[in-house]
Design a protein around this ligand. Structure first.
Ligand code: NAD
Length: 542
């Protein structure tokens, strides 16, 4: 495995060495240029006077101190959003879509600044940060271009042809609460909110505390793209402290994070009878069939397992390989993994970056130590690399993982994968479907039709054939989300925007009422109605 020097290769222009005497510096921030931080943090709804230090997993000082929101600040943010939503919903679909297309261009134009900040806050490899920019731009373009398809009033068949005119309107829910995690700080901060805005909602967003600055830079781009600032409110603070106030005030909640927190939020939403979508964890399987192109599968596996250092909800932690190609695949996968460049820095040459925090490092270390203590073999990796960065951990491949080990069924959310040999495809499907998660899967085969048929038997919300996760994640028209304990609802596609609307049906009856006419008895009316129902069926009407 090659290594990247622990010294960060490039420092973006906004990074300073901090004030000479941080203790007596009256500004809220050090580590980042003060005016830059102020331009970002002014969008946090905060009167509490409290701040929280955002640290870099690859730097040595906090990047900034971010103002924190109290529960009263959350309530005020909702009040402002609620007021602004009324005039926002009165704009045309085209006006709102035009803001999304401007955002698309701004994301691409400002990508260096965005990527620099993502890397500083999360420690991920630059190429992984770039994918966030690309995914967000794709999302903005997809929803802008399909806005009318999803939101225009639809005429549907009425009860009686010509007599009943029925139409379905898409009414915005109101104010949507969005709670997002740290692992994809840019795209997770905005991607779910863009369709909410397009549908005429306002948003109150609570990004994860560890990656607030990236989320705030994204909001600055929303402002520049022409969205009225009041329709996107930002609150900051620990989830358990202010999350409840957010769920208590929202008309709909979109949550991305762990299954444990997702269940808690679902219960709170149920109490208020408000809807929610939950994008949760996974223990995703990849299947390498006996006819797979082994080199292609091994290349895909390195991305499937080690992208974003495995801190990716759709990354693979279980790899099932057909007996016939197992040895060749393992050789190819191990050697590709060992050729990866590991490091903590801003350089494009880093293949796998740092984990985000000590907590993540502790979980990964514990899972690997537990597996090894119970008899698993480490084919490569298996060590923390403090010489490269405080939270860097080697890409790790395990063999001999069994059900008594933590990493067998629990999500590691790190760069660790277990390899399993299978003898029949039925057995592989059964083992892939084992456990309570159902987020993403991948199948490698030279026969696309066979791969697609097998995909239909896997209980996951997305299945990629001959790709790790990018094919589904980047196909914005295709809904994305989890089955079973991996979530409820979908982002992307029609589902990704309709979740933020109420379907309102308006039907107008012409000429005759749907009731007995001309003094007809109820019995005769029932006979007439029955005859007309039979006729409509004969005519093939829906
Ligand atoms: P987490 O559930 O601890 O935190 C996620 C978000 O929820 C954060 O903003 C956090 O502040 C907030 N939060 C925490 N407790 C809360 C509470 N009681 N009320 C309201 N909000 C609360 O998750 P995490 O460990 O930070 O994130 C990693 C998890 O997210 C992994 O399990 C991963 O699989 C999952 N994830 C899923 C997807 C997806 O699309 N399915 C994407 C990214 C991450």
């Amino acid at each position: 495995m090659s290594e990247q020097s622990p010294t960060t290769p490039g420092r973006p222009g906004h990074i300073t060495d901090g004030p000479a005497d941080p203790e007596h510096d009256s500004s809220a921030a050090y580590g980042l240029d003060r005016s830059y931080v102020a331009s970002l943090t002014r969008r946090v709804a905060s009167t509490s006077g409290e701040t929280h230090a955002v640290s870099s997993p690859i730097g040595h000082t906090p990047l900034a101190h971010v103002p924190q929101s109290s529960q009263a600040d959350v309530a005020d943010a909702f009040a402002r959003a609620r007021k602004a939503q009324v005039s926002w919903a009165a704009t045309t679909i085209d006006q709102r879509a035009a803001c999304l297309l401007r955002l698309h261009d701004l994301l691409l134009d400002r990508q260096d600044e965005l990527i620099d900040l993502v890397v500083w806050e999360s420690g991920k490899a630059r190429k992984d940060a770039y994918l966030e920019v690309a995914h967000l731009a794709l999302t903005a373009r997809y929803y802008a271009r399909t806005a009318h398809e999803h939101l225009d009033t639809q005429r549907v068949g009425g009860m009686f042809p010509l007599l009943t005119r029925a139409e379905v309107h898409r009414v915005p829910k109101g104010v949507v609460g969005i709670i997002s995690p740290w692992n994809y700080p840019l795209t997770m901060a905005l991607c779910d909110g863009l369709p909410a805005l397009l549908a005429g909602n306002a948003v109150v967003a609570k990004p994860d505390a560890q990656t607030m600055l990236t989320a705030l830079l994204a909001v600055q781009l929303l402002d520049e793209a022409g969205f009225p600032p009041e329709v996107w409110q930002v609150v900051a603070g620990p989830g358990p402290e202010i999350g409840g106030a957010l769920v208590a005030a929202a008309d709909y909640i979109c949550f991305t994070g762990s299954t444990a927190t997702g269940k808690l939020i679902a219960r709170q939403c149920a109490d208020r009878l408000v809807g929610c979508s939950l994008e949760l964890g996974g223990k995703n399987p990849m299947l390498v069939l006996r006819d797979a192109d082994v080199q292609r599968a091994a290349e895909g596996a390195t991305r499937a397992v080690f992208s974003n250092a495995g801190q990716l909800c759709v990354s693979m932690e279980r790899l099932f390989v057909a007996d016939q190609v197992y040895d060749r695949f393992v050789d190819a996968f191990v050697s590709r993994t060992e050729a990866m460049t590991l490091g903590a820095g801003h350089d494009w040459s880093v293949d796998m970056g740092s984990l985000i925090s000590q907590a993540q490092l502790d979980t990964v270390t514990a899972h690997v130590e537990d597996a090894v203590a119970k008899g698993a073999q480490v084919l490569t990796g298996g060590r923390a690399r403090p010489d490269l960065g405080p939270f860097v951990y080697e890409p790790t491949i395990l063999e001999g993982v069994s059900a008594d080990m933590q990493c067998f069924g629990h999500e590691t959310f790190g760069p660790v994968v277990a390899l399993y040999r299978f003898h029949s495809e039925d057995e592989a499907v059964e083992r892939a479907n084992d456990g309570s998660y159902g987020l993403n899967a991948s199948v490698y085969t030279r026969d696309g039709a066979r791969g697609r048929a097998l995909a239909r038997r896997i209980k996951c919300g997305t299945v990629n054939v001959n790709e790790a996760f990018g094919a589904t994640f980047g196909s914005l028209g295709a809904p994305m989300g989890g089955m079973r304990e991996s979530g409820m609802g979908r982002r992307q596609g029609a589902e990704g925007i309709h979740r933020y609307t109420e379907a309102q049906s308006v039907a107008t009856q012409r000429l005759v009422p749907i009731a007995p006419m001309f003094g007809m008895s109820e019995e005769v009316n029932a006979k007439v109605l029955t005859a007309s129902l039979r006729l409509l069926n004969k005519l093939g009407r829906a």
